[in-house]
Design a protein around this ligand. Structure first.
Ligand code: SF4
Length: 337
């Protein structure tokens, strides 16, 4: 299945956490223009596609990124060893049918579902470097609920939800079928509220982080203004609430800068500001092969960066080193004298 072109349900499981915390985010995000996927999302899509090809015994293209292939292989090994003799092993499971009978806008695709007797395993492959916790993870609860309903499984089952991250580790959480049913009640109510015309917005660090509507959202704006009014003295003790507000303000600022980059790239002028091309950077194509090639030069490997190792004059195959350009940045132009 083409992951990039997969049709997203209106309230897809990946948005569950946001619309349950901030029901109004659905309405506001729908008002924003389409944004093509960024580099991290494109990498995630590529690794998911490779993983699906490996797990379903399809041919792997010859020109794949070796780092992506290594991560897909790690994930395949995880799935292959999770349950010794699963009764069912399904890859890329669309759970729309299970969720849409709860509310027609709900849906999603779980990366893997394994059935071991009356134990359901739901797996989500994530490709970021920061470990995402499976505990109380509402995206996973939604996949699990969808699978449970789709398979007509009773409330007596047990379900373990896994997040597997090749670059960060493995987190899991086991719940009863009753807990999934309870999530369903909350999810249905949240979906109804999120799609109502006056769904309220509710800013928080977690909900706003990846929300596309930050630049037009009244709630985050109000929080940023609250933050600007904070009376900060040299001996002020920073509280968690103050830090939350500061983080939200930073998130809002990043969204404004990102909108500015987009506008300049499309030809608008913002007086005094310009885009500067990103720097060329070298990277290791396959760290395991580099570690092998440098096994007699421990100090060189400790330097880590290809540029630093090249400076030492070591003879390294060009096949080990790739080159890419970092993203362009927004810069303030120097005032004319
Ligand atoms: S920016 Fe935050 S408060 Fe505003 S809609 Fe998005 S998630 Fe909700």
């Amino acid at each position: 299945m083409q992951h990039e072109t997969r049709k997203h349900a209106r309230l897809s499981a990946s948005r569950t956490d946001r619309f349950m915390s901030c029901p109004g985010s659905v309405r506001l995000e729908n008002q924003m223009p389409y944004e093509p996927a960024g580099e991290a999302a494109a990498t995630g899509t590529a690794i998911h596609e490779l993983s699906e090809q490996l797990l379903t015994n399809q041919l792997i293209p010859l020109d794949v990124n070796p780092e992506h292939l290594a991560m897909a292989k790690d994930y395949k090994k995880f799935i292959d060893t999770l349950v010794e003799h699963p009764r069912k092993r399904l890859i890329e499971v669309n759970v729309d049918a299970g969720l849409s009978t709860l509310h027609p806008a709900l849906g999603g695709t779980a990366d893997a579902v394994l059935v071991d007797g009356d134990h359901l395993h739901i797996v989500d492959l994530k490709t970021g470097r920061v470990l995402v916790d499976a505990i109380e993870n509402r995206q996973l609860l939604t996949y699990a609920l969808g699978a449970m309903r789709q398979f007509n499984a009773p409330g007596t089952i047990t379900c373990t939800m896994h997040i597997f991250q090749p670059r960060a580790g493995h987190s899991k959480w086991t719940v009863t079928g009753e807990r999934l049913i309870e999530h369903g009640v909350q999810l249905k109510a949240a979906a109804e509220l999120a799609l109502s015309p006056d769904a309220p917005t509710n800013a928080s660090v977690d909900a706003c982080r990846y929300c596309k509507a930050k630049t037009i959202c009244p709630s985050i704006r109000a929080k940023v203004q609250d933050n600007a009014r904070t009376d900060f003295k040299p001996d002020t003790q920073v509280t968690p609430e103050m830090l939350d507000l500061a983080t939200l303000a930073a998130t809002w600022s990043e969204a404004v800068q990102s909108a500015a980059k987009d506008q300049i790239t499309k030809g608008s002028t913002i007086t005094g500001w310009a885009m500067k091309a990103g720097r060329k950077m070298k990277f290791w194509k396959d760290e395991k092969l580099v570690a092998q090639a440098l096994k007699h030069y421990a100090t060189a490997w400790e330097l880590k960066s290809p540029a630093a190792v090249i400076k030492l004059g070591l003879d390294l195959s060009e096949d080990l080193i790739g080159e890419k350009q970092s993203a362009p940045s927004l810069v303030k132009e120097k005032a004319k004298e």
